[in-house]
Ligand binder design. Structure first.
Ligand SMILES: [Zn+2]
Length: 169
């Protein structure tokens, strides 16, 4: 049984990925270990290090952004993990700046979250305080550090506490 399914409105970018079953926080929702690595970034790639990306498969490509996401995309372990408890048919989302330093196709976010950041163009263009509370992949933290944006460590270590992810305020 699949963990996820696609709900489409008939347009290529109107599709959503939804939960096919409930998930507990910390549970693995999707594994993209076999995704192809490329140096070429598009709107359908996920950044995995400062100079490489993976090509999202047909399901991952439907994973939308939210400023209050219910998933974490962990590019070190190539896993998509539930951040919060997820109910069946919930709209699955992750925070694009957690993987993307500078996005191929920035957009105006309409996620509806109270903390919506508005213009989503990658972590490079967000002040460090705007990223507080978000899980960020190691390459994003490193790029922030190298560029002087951020010098504090990760807000938490995902794999020290995978079974019980701390609440993110
Ligand atoms: Zn938003």
């Amino acid at each position: 049984m699949s963990n996820v399914y696609v709900l489409t409105d008939g347009t290529s970018r109107g599709a959503k990925l939804l939960a096919a079953r409930p998930f507990q926080p910390g549970e693995i929702v999707y594994d993209f270990a076999n995704a192809l690595v490329t140096p070429l970034q598009t709107y359908q790639t996920i950044q995995i290090d400062p100079s490489n990306h993976v090509i999202a498969d047909d399901l991952l490509a439907k994973l939308n952004h939210s400023c209050d996401p219910n998933l974490i995309v962990d590019t070190t372990h190539r896993l998509v993990i539930a951040k919060y408890a997820i109910q069946i048919h919930d709209h699955l989302t992750f925070f694009y700046p957690s993987t993307e330093w500078e996005m191929a196709e920035p957009f105006v976010c309409q996620c509806g979250a109270a903390n919506c950041l508005g213009w989503i163009s990658g972590a490079k263009n967000l002040a460090a305080e705007m990223l507080t509370g978000y899980f960020l992949n190691q390459h994003i933290v490193e790029l922030m550090t190298y560029t002087g944006v951020r010098r504090d460590p990760l807000p938490f270590n995902l794999y020290d506490a995978q079974a019980s992810l701390p609440p993110v305020s």
